[in-house]
Design a protein around this ligand. Structure first.
Ligand code: NAP
Length: 279
């Protein structure tokens, strides 16, 4: 099997390391020549180039560019693909990507390996990044079964736990557990920064510990990723933010009205529900 990877960053590079490690022939394409050279040196790929011609005769192509470039990348590689080449992507949002890509290439299935680190770029690529991580595949009605099976096999081979769902269900679910937390966490940090009294603000900074570290981590991370979530999963993110605002309003009301029993019920219910999201 010959696999092509486009976008030799954290995700593309890490996939390359694992697939090449299995003895699969891997060729890479990236925007900058320097990235291609590092990818070859690091053992991410057998060969890499900024020239799309390197993708000739690949059995599978995995597009690992930023979300906004996925569909245009697929369009530009079509002249180099065999009719039965399978194409997939790793973008963190699926509905718009799958709609555009499936109309360009029938042998396309959307994918989302849900693993990452705070770092980006080829230097951040690492082996076993996807071990035991969810790997979501988002076929549509017209996606051929063999295409799903081929990508599933690759995802399993890098240690992914397969979930199959529609692109729309994927986007609603990740809005809840990934995109909403980023915005809430950013709002939390902003609220802290609004403290006008220098003494209070400085003390708060010194006192901040594990609780603040946990709740602020995703809001203080990669800016481009946060923007991508808002731009490309806008409707689902807005819906979950509005639901969150309703819950926040309810909590405010219970505290204003000193409804300690109701507040206790809310806290008990969230304490009970949390493990279901983490196990
Ligand atoms: P990244 O580390 O910044 O890597 C992206 C790479 O794509 C860059 O190194 C860049 O290469 C290359 N690139 C950009 N535009 C390109 C184009 N038009 N043609 C070819 N190569 C191009 O980003 P990443 O974290 O790997 O994310 C890549 C994809 O994975 C995104 O779609 C993201 O949504 C998805 N994803 C990310 C995570 C995460 O936690 N980071 C998790 C799951 C999925 P040069 O170095 O050559 O400029």
């Amino acid at each position: 099997m010959k696999v092509g990877i486009i976008g030799l960053g954290l995700i593309g590079g890490s996939l390359g390391l694992d697939l090449k490690g299995q003895g699969i022939e891997v060729v890479g394409v990236s925007l900058r020549e320097n990235t291609c050279n590092i990818a070859i040196k690091k053992g991410v790929v057998n060969d890499a180039s900024i020239d799309l011609g390197i993708l000739k005769n690949t059995d599978v192509v995995i597009i690992c560019t930023p979300v906004e470039a996925i569909a245009s990348t697929l369009k530009s590689i079509i002249p180099y693909l065999n009719p039965d080449t399978v194409v997939t992507d790793v973008g963190s949002v699926k509905a718009s990507v799958v709609k555009n890509c499936s109309s360009l290439w029938p042998n396309f299935v959307g994918g989302h390996p849900m693993a990452g680190t705070a770092q980006q770029g080829i230097e951040a690529a690492q082996r076993n990044l996807f071990e035991n991580a969810a790997y979501v595949l988002t076929p549509i009605e017209s996606t051929p079964l063999e295409v799903i099976q081929k990508v599933e096999k690759i995802a399993l081979s890098v240690g992914g736990k397969i979930y199959i769902c529609s692109p729309e269900i994927h986007d609603r679910a990740v809005a809840l557990i990934s995109h909403l937390p980023v915005m809430i966490s950013a709002g939390l940090i902003k609220s802290c920064m609004m403290e006008k009294d220098e003494k209070v603000l400085n003390l708060a900074k010194n006192l901040a510990s594990s609780g603040f570290r946990d709740t602020s981590r995703v809001g203080g991370g990669n800016v481009e990723l946060g923007l991508m979530m808002a731009k490309y999963n806008r409707q689902e993110l807005l819906f979950s933010l509005q639901q969150y605002r309703q819950n926040l309003d309810e909590i405010i009301t219970q505290i204003e009205d000193k409804n300690w029993h109701e507040l206790e019920q809310i806290l008990k219910a969230s304490q009970k529900a949390r493990p279901d999201f983490l196990n």
